[in-house]
Design a protein around this ligand. Structure first.
Ligand SMILES: NC(=O)c1ccc[n+]([C@@H]2O[C@H](COP(=O)([O-])OP(=O)(O)OC[C@H]3O[C@@H](n4cnc5c(N)ncnc54)[C@H](OP(=O)(O)O)[C@@H]3O)[C@@H](O)[C@H]2O)c1
Length: 111
């Protein structure tokens, strides 16, 4: 993707709050070590890996919270700990499933 100048973006970097993300003990603990919330602890793992985070909130205070993440860095151990939260399964639909891709293709053709 770098070679072709394609930027990876995280649309749904909070997983829309699934899996107790905003109150997850691990994220809350890591955030607290940096004087941050659990939500704030989640975002640097994306940016450090070159992913543009695109967190959404309708609340001004949360927008401010979500952008206030560039004054601390996760340790390698914290990066690895957060990686263990990956369940290895898709939360909404599987973009790699040909049937799902086919459905999107049909929608575009019918637009
Ligand atoms: N997920 C997708 O499949 C998808 C597809 C197309 C486009 N997008 C775009 O990608 C962006 C993000 O996706 P998304 O909205 O689906 O999911 P998301 O950013 O993972 O999660 C949004 C949810 O997190 C809550 N939230 C945000 N910041 C918070 C904080 N600091 N503490 C606690 N709760 C917080 C929001 O609630 P409040 O708003 O009440 O704060 C909202 O319920 C949006 O602009 C969306 O349009 C996503």
């Amino acid at each position: 993707m770098l070679e072709h100048r394609v930027q990876i973006q995280s649309w749904g970097g909070f997983a829309e709050g699934c899996n107790n993300l905003f109150a997850h003990p691990l994220l809350s603990e890591i955030g607290a070590k940096h004087g941050k919330s659990g939500a704030q602890a989640a975002l640097p793992r994306l940016t450090r890996r070159g992913v543009v985070a695109n967190p959404k909130s309708v609340r001004a205070e949360r927008m401010a919270e979500n952008i206030d993440v560039f004054d601390f860095e996760l340790t390698d151990d914290q990066m690895a700990a957060i990686a263990t939260l990956d369940t290895g399964s898709f939360l909404f639909f599987d973009h790699r499933d040909p049937a799902v891709v086919g459905q999107f293709g049909k929608r575009r053709l019918n637009d």
